[in-house]
Design a protein around this ligand. Structure first.
Ligand code: PEP
Length: 254
């Protein structure tokens, strides 16, 4: 079964209501490949989710950037998976490296969050990726495998999971992974899924790349056999996000 190209835009902690409206207008006016070719999901900060959801074109979807690990209650400042479901928000990003590093989210905590969000009916973009130090010491695949294992330990149904391979050294740095570097990890990650989960999950789960993707490098990256799309930070706030969505065409002609 072909894996549909997936392009996610992670707006992180950016934007005013006016800026958000402008981005939505740009997206709404864009000519992009049809939904059969590419799935597009944008992830504004929580406070703008209702605004974006109610104004964004219907062929694009929205994601939250995080949610709480279990049912809501006395967890000040948190937003639960149930609340996202209640607002009809279909997707959530979990395990982003900024949360792992700055908020000390462990592999196990991320695994629990992924399982809980899926159980509530959300679809999950689960992020994994190594630091520069880990890459330079040759442990990239060990790190990525441990992060993925913590998810696999808790999840049985992978049909609503997209795995985002995001090398930490490439996020927000302008230092994109080369197409060969991205393909190598995506291929190994797929082999890891085949061996440790199932051949079917390996063949059908989308593994997307994130880290300094832009309008200039997206086509070559997207042309790699195991790169099924992108998670885009900085460039998702700009008009070039449209070019990144259009990179889905490389798979159609492949
Ligand atoms: C991200 O934050 O998920 C990301 C990939 O950021 P950037 O595209 O800015 O590197």
């Amino acid at each position: 079964m072909a894996r549909k190209f997936f392009v996610g835009g992670n707006w992180k902690c950016n934007g005013t209501a006016e800026e958000v409206k402008k981005i939505v207008n740009t997206l709404n006016e864009a000519q992009v490949p049809s939904q059969d070719v590419v799935e597009v999901v944008v992830s504004p900060p929580y406070v703008f989710l209702p605004l974006v959801k109610s104004t964004l074109r219907s062929d694009f979807h929205v994601a939250a950037q995080n949610c709480w690990v279990k049912k809501g209650g006395a967890f000040t400042g948190e937003v639960s998976a149930e609340m996202l479901v209640n607002l009809d928000i279909p997707w959530v990003i979990l395990g982003h490296s900024e949360r792992r590093a700055l908020l000390n989210e462990t592999n196990e905590f991320v695994g629990e969050k992924v399982a809980y969000a899926l159980a509530q009916g959300l679809k999950v973009i689960a992020c994994v990726g190594e630091t520069l130090e880990q890459r330079e010491s040759g442990s990239t695949m060990d790190v990525v495998a441990a992060q993925t294992k913590a998810i696999a330990d808790k999840v049985t149904n992978w049909s609503n999971v997209v795995v985002a391979y995001e090398p930490v050294w490439a996020i927000g740095t302008g230092k994109v992974a080369s197409p060969a570097q991205a393909q190598e990890v995506h291929d190994e990650l797929r082999k890891w899924l085949a061996k440790n989960v199932s051949a079917d999950v390996a063949a059908t789960t989308r593994i997307i790349y994130g880290g300094s993707v832009n309008g200039g490098n997206c086509k070559e990256l997207g042309g790699q056999a195991d790169v099924d799309g992108f998670l885009v930070g900085g460039a998702s706030l700009k008009a070039e996000f449209i070019d990144i969505i259009k990179a889905a065409e490389v798979k159609k002609s492949a």
